[in-house]
Design a protein around this ligand. Structure first.
Ligand code: PRT
Ligand code: ZN
Length: 285
């Protein structure tokens, strides 16, 4: 295989983040606007721009070797592809929502009711697991208007901020699925394709890790150094360098997003001063 072929959404909510991720991996793409395909000069990658609904099938059929698609679409299409990496963008949930004026008595109360959704398979499986029989009406867009026009009693739709449901007089009552964009691969990818995928994954993981972490520099009085260093994990261990002013050191380390604020407060309390926090572009372990 000379080039790895990746399927990416042509336009829509996943397009920009997908292209940005490839660019952050050092893969420059020429002319992504209004194109059906493009190639990269600096990585053996060919990009197909498609509707997200078609991506699972293209990857299953091997027309594309890999693809970026939402877990919601992947589950709905039920295609036989392998998820190789969660990408952390395109986050949303598929949720049940009812008109705000109505009470909610739980999933069993859906028995015999009409549910409008673009995700009949996921919703159907969810109801079957709960032993509830309801009428699923598949509609391809503007699901949120279905109760207002008398088409359904309840909707199951994607939600991120909740603004769309709110504006349509609906209330989110039950999450069915949490979703984000994932990288999928064709299960029969050959050895050279697999090598290219590994190299792409190596870059993606370095970019993702870097985003989750910050580089921290601070000044520490030497008599407090032991306490301060103990608060900083670092990639191996923190770097400690003497400052020009005697009795002081500069300490450099890496902190993850989750522990960040807690550690910064404890570092200050332990005597750290002049704390600088800097973004990291790539992080290779
Ligand atoms: O043309 P194509 O078929 O490729 O695109 P599309 O119109 O089918 O999909 P698109 O671009 O809208 O979404 C692509 C993917 O983005 C989805 O499959 C999800 O994986 C992911 N995603 C993340 C979302 C949302 N967030 C989202 N909020 N997809 C859709 N929405 C819609 C939702 O359907 C509702 O209409 O946004 C509205 C709700 O948003 P809030 O913020 O008001 O709650
Ligand atoms: Zn779509």
């Amino acid at each position: 295989m000379s080039r790895l072929r990746i399927a990416v959404q042509k336009s829509g909510r996943l397009h920009d983040d997908s292209v940005a991720l490839l660019r952050e991996c050092g893969i420059d793409l020429r002319n992504v606007k209004d194109r059906l395909r493009t190639e990269s000069d600096d990585f053996p990658l060919e990009v197909f721009f498609l509707r997200d609904d078609d991506i699972p099938q293209y990857v299953e059929d091997g027309v594309a070797d890999i693809g970026i698609v939402g877990q919601n679409v992947l589950l709905e299409k039920g295609r036989d592809v392998e998820v190789v990496q969660e990408l952390g963008f395109g986050k949303c949930r598929l949720s049940l929502a009812v008109p705000r004026s109505e009470s909610w008595e739980g999933v069993p109360s859906l028995e015999g009711r009409r549910i409008a959704t673009s995700y009949p398979r996921i919703v159907g499986d969810f109801l079957a697991r709960q032993g509830v029989r309801a009428e699923i009406h598949e509609i391809s867009g503007s699901v949120e208007i279905a109760p207002g026009i008398g088409l359904a009693d309840v909707v199951a739709d994607l939600v991120s901020s909740g603004g769309t449901l709110f504006m349509n007089g609906l209330r989110e009552v039950e999450p069915i699925l949490q979703s984000q964009a994932v990288l999928v691969k064709n299960k029969g990818l050959d050895a050279s394709g697999q090598r290219l995928l590994e190299s792409l994954l190596f870059r993606i993981r370095a970019v993702k890790r870097a985003k989750r972490n910050k580089y921290v520099l601070l000044n520490a009085p030497n008599d407090r150094l032991a306490d301060i260093v103990a608060l900083l994990p670092g990639m191996k261990s923190p770097t400690v360098l003497p400052l020009a002013e005697s009795g002081w050191s500069s300490v450099h380390s890496v902190l993850s997003e989750e522990e960040f604020w807690d550690r910064i407060e404890r570092l200050k309390a332990a005597g750290a001063q002049g704390i600088l926090v800097v973004p990291i572009e790539k992080m290779v372990l």
